[in-house]
Design a binder for this molecule. Sequence first.
Ligand SMILES: Cc1ncc(COP(=O)(O)O)c(C=O)c1O
Length: 447
Amino acid sequence: MTTAPIEQRRILATVIPGPRSVLLHKRKMSAVSAGIGTGLPIYVERAGGGILVDVDGNHLIDFGSGIAVTTVGNSAPRVVAAVQSQVEDFTHTCFMVTPYEEYVEVAERLNSLTPGDGEKRSALFNSGAEAVENAIKVARTFTGRTAVVAFDHAYHGRTNLTMALTAKNMPYKRGFGPFAGEIYRVPMAYPYRWPTGPDRCADEAFDEFVSLVHAQVGEQNTAAVIIEPIQGEGGFIVPPAGYLKRIADWCTQNGILFIADEIQTGFCRTGDWFACEHEDVVPDLITTAKGIAGGLPLAAVTGRADVMDSVHSGGLGGTYGGNPVACAAAVGAIETMQAEDLCGRAREIEALFMPRLRELSEKFEVIGDIRGRGAMLAIELVSGGRDKTPNATLTSAVNAYCHSHGLVTLTAGTFGNVMRFLPPLSAGDDLLREGLDILEQAFAAKA
Ligand SMILES: Cc1ncc(COP(=O)(O)O)c(C=O)c1O
């Protein structure tokens, strides 16, 4: 069966959410755990390009990509073809029992696409959190040390170890402890909120990092430092130029592994294959997921061969890790990124968004900061002018306005006051412009 292409324009057929979505949401509330929240209760029937079509026939503009996953677009043709063919061949054997080529191919592609020319190895998993957990396992085995250093505003997942690495209490941690031990937190180089100003942020944040690890953790106890090159859930915080490199070099000098968590930033999202490239950083280990497989669940740890091979046979793995269908999808997604130069497309999206966001910030003084790279951009909302008090109330109001007008936006940030923009790289310029118009109307109505 072939389905008609999705019309790439916003259509509001009903109020948002429409009656069918409302009914489905009632069913959801009585069938699904209350612990699973809902950003926007429209129920999706089809999606593609830059549009989500709901069960009431509304076409919504997608500025979220299912939280940075559908980088190649929903149901991208190469992904669909690869998945269909793989499903017909076989769906599972367990790679640890009887292996298959698709897994090996994804590992080879990761080894060559990730930063660094040295010999590398990869291991595949199901989710970002699982990849982070395994990167820590590998780092501890290789170094024979236990401590791991993470940053303020970090987000690394919702499993026990990754909750310990994640900074934000609500909703990720409250009531879920005790958390895994041997995790230490240091301040993040956050230029907009650095107490002495953005110009001093890189030097002072680096000095504070070194002094805290030395005094409170001990270099010789530290297995790894884990950082998102641009923090995701924490509010798209971009550290100052040179900061990541200084941390990575210092790690090398001290026998500590530098882990880049590129789960949200990876796979063309920031205009490079990986955000570390922009800073000329070669991590010892890199975690990936989200954009890797066009929407199918897949995650990976990739890194130096000597590090990855330090683990005993059977020490890594899992029943479904590197499922053949997800691997086929990843090959289709990577080929799409290459064939369509999606890194270039992410840079075009930055060039389209940034002037509009700057204009908006000149008009509305509640926009305190604009930041991000490629198609990973954000604005931080504050009380206004010089008062940088986080404005979560306005953020929610602007977000709700966008939703009710057919634009799917996401919020983020430790203080809930960041609107983040993560459109699929398959969205056309006209659609993106229309989305930005709605955002502007939202500020005009609510700010
Ligand atoms: C940087 C980062 N690390 C880890 C994770 C966890 O990934 P998952 O939700 O697939 O477990 C996320 C998810 O948002 C993330 O953004």
